[in-house]
Ligand binder design. Structure first.
Ligand SMILES: Cc1cc2nc3c(=O)[nH]c(=O)nc-3n(C[C@H](O)[C@H](O)[C@H](O)COP(=O)(O)O)c2cc1C
Length: 171
């Protein structure tokens, strides 16, 4: 699939079939994540792969909007070393770049995904980070739930000329 096709075809899918994701497909998705740009070229991210059902449910239990994880076949938790990248906004932007690369690669390989957001302001963030047994300098930044789609969604077209400004903000 061409990159341009993946970009428009990718949709958030929250219902998955029982089909497992083969190891080599997961590995290709991870390789796309590793290849994302990184502020100061620090590459402060690690990835925790979760495929056991009780672990996926455990994640979902700790996230208000994590229900898709209950049907997902795998989840990739993107975690970042806050000692390595001290600017939290850069740490989280690194994670976002990596997440989008993985979501697009998943689409390219025929998988479905949904981005599960994680905020440091979530009340049970410490519980989530203990569940992942993260070292204290690591933050859980976002989670990609993955599987094969049990529903169909049409490609997006959100292009809006009214949101594009030339040279400076203008109405
Ligand atoms: C930072 C971020 C956090 C998100 N968090 C969640 C989430 O916790 N649960 C969920 O089901 N979807 C989540 N989404 C997916 C959005 O709801 C989805 O991208 C949006 O509705 C647009 O739909 P589309 O992805 O199909 O284009 C998140 C997306 C982003 C970028």
């Amino acid at each position: 699939m061409e990159t341009r096709e993946s970009i428009f075809k990718r949709r958030s899918i929250r219902r998955f079939t029982d089909q497992r994701i083969p190891e080599e497909v997961l590995e290709s998705i991870l390789k796309a994540g590793f290849n994302a740009p990184s502020a100061h070229r620090l590459h402060p991210l690690d990835y925790i792969i979760i495929t056991e059902k009780d672990r996926l449910n455990g994640l979902a239990d700790r996230l208000t909007y994590g229900r898709p994880l209950r049907e997902a076949q795998s989840a990739i938790c993107v975690v970042g070393d806050h000692d390595k990248q001290e600017l939290f906004d850069f740490l989280s932007q690194d994670a976002a770049a990596s997440m989008q690369n993985m979501a697009l690669m998943a689409t390219d390989l025929g998988c479905a995904s949904v981005w599960i957001g994680v905020s440091q302001s979530y009340p049970n963030i410490s519980d989530l980070e203990s569940f992942l047994e993260l070292p204290k300098n690591f933050k859980c930044l976002s989670i990609l739930a993955l599987g094969y789609a049990a529903v169909n969604k049409e490609p997006n077209d959100r292009y809006d000329v009214h949101k594009i400004h030339n040279e400076r903000w203008s109405k």
